[in-house]
Design a protein around this ligand. Structure first.
Ligand code: AGP
Length: 619
């Protein structure tokens, strides 16, 4: 995708909702936006048609600001659109908030994505007499629809899209026809919810769960017309599409806080269950049942190289995946950040397997990397959480990681299930070579992991809170480890930075002497991971170097190594015993809790950290 040329405040990742039916639209739109707020929380807005008049309210800031603005003035209309916005540059404002309107204020439009050529379009439209009231790229779309409107909204939207370059999910309403919503998808997610005599639109499934689990996932180039009695989907060539209605197996409870103060804490505590859900079917017999990868296994001999490509936390899971897969298969594995993959001209071809990893299944860089791999005729596999997401639909082989809806921006349960999925994959592809143990014994331990995650959660809560009480006062922290523990350290540091705003860096412990030791000062917190037996002595030497320079060391180790580690650290956290290859599955729990409690002590907005959004759908 060409790089967008954007004005300040223009780069958007957002959430869209829509409703048409017999009920009042406003509560449904607000509830839907609440579920999508993780996609962006810089501003929110709604538009409903009441007595053939568009009623709009928009407010800068979180959804609460919109709710406050609406106050008791709840509009009565039963068709409407809502939007929650995320901007990377410039100040969010009421004027830049969606929905946007045409010159006459008859149309209201919401958009998720980027219009790359909006400046050219804007210049032309201005010459033609259109006037603009925001700096957004989105506003050009509603003026284009206005320009092409000759009584048929769908035709006008279709014509407008032929002028647009970029990614966009759009929805439009026209006050003169309160019986219709028109929506269009191109490279940004859009889902229709099918209710009883009512229809919904949303960027993501959680917004639909309070109302329906029957959904239709729009494909690129498809337009949906929603009326009060029915709907139709029109394909890129103008033909009527026969779309399959899918049943989503997530339930509403999974998408709610269930009494926890934050989604993040709830999601951390859901980990034993979601991991059971993932492992149950593959491990119910003697071996590993994983039909999802049968096609890849048949072609295994032809695979010369494996690439794992992902962003952020998913990338960190890939680092652990690399270690497991290389050991298991003997095939070289490279791990790439998706944002770098295409630009380094990777040597990917027909003999490569490219595994993309993504919670949302919508991350723009990961999707672009996948498409690049497909262009190069590589075999592709996805480890994805969201069923029906773009990446889930475009990979050759899909392994759903089954973590359920993850709402907190900081990824926890999805990461853990990504790790578990890599373990399944490695064991299936390579068998017992993975740890020199018999496969039966490894499977026995893997089956026990969900219960051990539960045990780890119980025993960690108190001591980790104490550790966080110390860390919260520092502006800098370090995470160190070797081998699998170094990959885990990277994730621990990202989590702490992301939600507590403490600057944290992870280092391979052996690298410290090559520069980083200079940063160690009296009392500075250093989290040292010591879960790998073969690296224990080396880690202990590195810790001694840190403590000799005043570093305050929090050690994380397995019970069975505690006696060797205890005297070497200032504060020890112990996880239950497991074979070393599974240790990251337990070691991640104290890291997640450490970032959570540190952020909580610092009064940070844990589920919605500043400047971030859950689903990064732009490059
Ligand atoms: C994790 O805590 C982050 N919020 C982020 O790094 C995330 O993992 C990354 O943006 C990738 O998202 P994805 O898994 O949805 O592709």
């Amino acid at each position: 995708m060409a790089k967008a040329v954007l004005m300040e405040g223009e780069k958007l990742m957002c959430g869209i909702v829509g409703y048409i039916g017999p009920k009042g639209a406003v509560p449904i739109l607000l509830e839907g936006l609440k579920k999508l707020e993780y996609r962006g929380y810089d501003s929110a807005g709604i538009a409903v048609i009441e007595d053939q008049k568009l009623k709009l309210r928009k407010a800068e800031g979180k959804l609460k600001a919109l709710d406050d603005k609406l106050g008791l003035e709840k509009f009565q209309g039963n068709v409407g659109l809502g939007h929650t916005r995320w901007a990377t540059h410039g100040r969010p404002s009421d004027a830049n908030a969606h929905p946007h309107q045409d010159c006459e204020g008859k149309l209201a439009l919401v958009h998720n994505g980027i219009i790359e050529n909006f400046q050219d379009i804007k210049r032309t439209l201005e010459k033609e007499g259109h006037s603009f009231s925001s700096e957004t790229d989105t506003e050009v779309v509603v003026h284009l629809v206005e320009k092409f409107f000759e009584g048929n909204l769908s035709e006008a939207v279709k014509k407008a899209t032929t002028e647009l370059e970029g990614s966009y999910a759009l929805a439009v309403i026209n006050q003169e026809n309160p019986d219709q919503i028109v929506a269009y998808r191109q490279d940004s997610p859009l889902i229709l919810g099918i209710g009883e005599d009512e229809f919904y639109l949303a960027s993501d499934i959680p917004a639909l769960l309070p109302y329906t689990r029957r959904v239709i996932i729009l494909e690129d180039g498809e337009m949906a017309e929603l009326n009060r009695e029915n709907f139709r989907v029109i394909g890129p060539g103008g033909n009527l599409q026969n779309k399959e209605i899918e049943e989503i197996d997530w339930d509403l409870e999974m998408a709610e806080k269930k009494g926890f103060p934050h989604y993040m804490l709830k999601e951390i505590h859901e980990q034993p269950d979601v991991m059971r859900q993932l492992l149950e079917k593959p491990l119910r017999g003697n071996g590993i049942e994983l039909q999802e990868i049968d096609a890849i296994l048949k072609e295994k001999e032809k695979i010369e190289k494996i690439f794992i490509v992902a962003c952020g936390t998913a990338y960190h899971s890939g680092l652990i995946g690399k270690a497991l897969l290389e050991k298991a298969t003997g095939i070289p594995v490279e791990v790439d950040m998706a944002s770098e993959f295409r630009y380094r001209s990777p040597l990917v071809g027909e003999d490569s397997l490219v595994i993309v990893v993504s919670q949302s299944g919508e991350t723009a860089d990961t999707l672009a990397a996948l498409r690049h791999a497909r262009d190069k005729r590589a075999k592709t596999m996805g480890l994805v959480n969201v069923q029906g997401s773009t990446i889930a639909r475009e990979v050759d082989q899909l392994l759903l990681i089954k973590a359920g809806p993850e709402i907190a921006v900081a990824s926890t349960k999805a990461y853990l299930n990504m790790l578990a999925a890599f373990n399944l994959l490695a064991l299936k592809m390579g068998g017992s070579d993975i740890a020199g143990d018999g496969i039966d014994q490894l499977l026995h331990f893997l089956r026990e992991i969900p219960a051990q995650v539960e045990k780890t959660l119980h025993r960690m809560e108190k001591p980790v809170r104490e550790a966080a009480r110390y860390i919260k006062n520092w502006d800098n922290a370090f995470f160190v480890g070797r081998g699998l523990d170094f990959s885990l350290a990277l994730e621990g540091a990202l989590k702490l930075k992301e939600i507590s705003y403490i600057h944290a860096e992870a280092y391979a412990a052996g690298e410290l002497k090559h520069g980083t030791l200079a940063l160690i000062e009296e009392g500075i917190p250093v989290v040292a991971l010591l879960t790998q037996e073969s690296l224990l002595e080396k880690m202990i030497s590195n810790i001694q170097e840190i403590r000799a320079r005043g570093g305050y060391v929090f050690g994380i180790t397995q019970d069975r190594f505690a006696s060797r580690v205890e005297a070497e650290v200032d504060f020890l956290l112990k996880t239950p015993n497991t074979p070393d290859i599974f240790a990251p599955l337990l070691g991640t729990i104290p890291l997640q809790l450490l970032s959570y409690f540190s952020a909580d002590f610092r009064n940070c907005p844990i589920d919605q950290p500043r400047n971030l959004a859950k689903s990064v759908t732009v490059e």
